[in-house]
Design a protein around this ligand. Structure first.
Ligand code: CA
Length: 235
């Protein structure tokens, strides 16, 4: 069965070029020319991956990402003409999985799409395995309970919702509790070995995790920074 790709792009020449190329590559493709229509199609069609332009009429790519993140775990790759770091960070914080800056080469984009689909599938099959295995279900560290089976954490019995990537990151850190882990290792283990985003991605997610699990996020006690190396989880 071919992968379903939703392309949301308002520049018609680029949109048509993308549709043509991905169809040629064997994908099942649908496209939209504004954010609202893109969101509607995503909800209705449940694509395997979304290529989403940031600057769009009706609803921009960030707004669409935000809306979808609350509902679906679909990988979202943002297309942007802007290169500022801040856009990258905003994109990741609201839940985009990857970023590509225009102009980009078609081969590069296709490689990134392929990688992202593969990683997504891998993470999901691992999640399924973990869910099937009761003994791996729960980890407890003081007042922090990490329930992989239910995909949630509790602090003092209060349920706290994490985004899928935050959960994966926390689980990896917690499984390796007490060991300093480099950003590169986290990138390869949590995002996939050929993930394009830099180590900044890790830092952004760590900051988010800290804001959710640390009593005082500016003086973290659970996820500590190991200078010159990366991070260490303290059980
Ligand atoms: Ca645009």
């Amino acid at each position: 069965m071919s992968d379903r790709l939703l392309i949301v792009e308002d520049e018609s020449v680029l949109r048509e070029t993308l549709v043509y190329n991905f169809e040629h590559e064997g994908y099942e493709v649908k496209s939209a020319e504004n954010g609202k229509e893109g969101l509607r199609l995503a909800r209705e069609w449940h694509p395997d991956l979304i290529l989403l332009d940031v600057m769009l009429p009706e609803m921009n790519g960030f707004e669409v990402t935000k809306a979808l993140r609350a509902e679906q775990d679909v990988p979202i790759l943002l297309l942007t003409a802007r290169t500022e770091e801040i856009d990258r960070v905003v994109g990741f914080e609201i839940g985009a999985d990857d970023y590509i800056t225009k102009p980009f080469g078609m081969r590069e984009l296709m490689a990134r799409v392929k990688t992202r689909l593969k990683t997504h599938r891998l993470i999901h099959s691992e999640k399924d395995e973990a869910a099937a295995d009761d003994s791996r279900g729960e980890m407890v560290f003081g007042n922090l309970q990490i329930d992989r089976k239910r995909y949630e954490i509790r602090i003092n019995d209060q349920v706290i919702t994490l985004k899928p990537r935050e959960m994966d990151l926390l689980c990896y850190l917690a499984e390796n509790s007490g060991r300093a882990i480099s950003r590169d290792e986290l990138l390869s283990q949590v995002w996939g070995w050929d993930y394009y985003g830099g180590s900044r991605t890790v830092d952004v997610h760590i900051r988010w995790l800290r804001s959710k699990i640390e009593e005082n996020p500016s003086q973290p006690k659970r996820i500590v920074t190991v200078f010159g190396k990366g991070y260490r989880f303290e059980g």
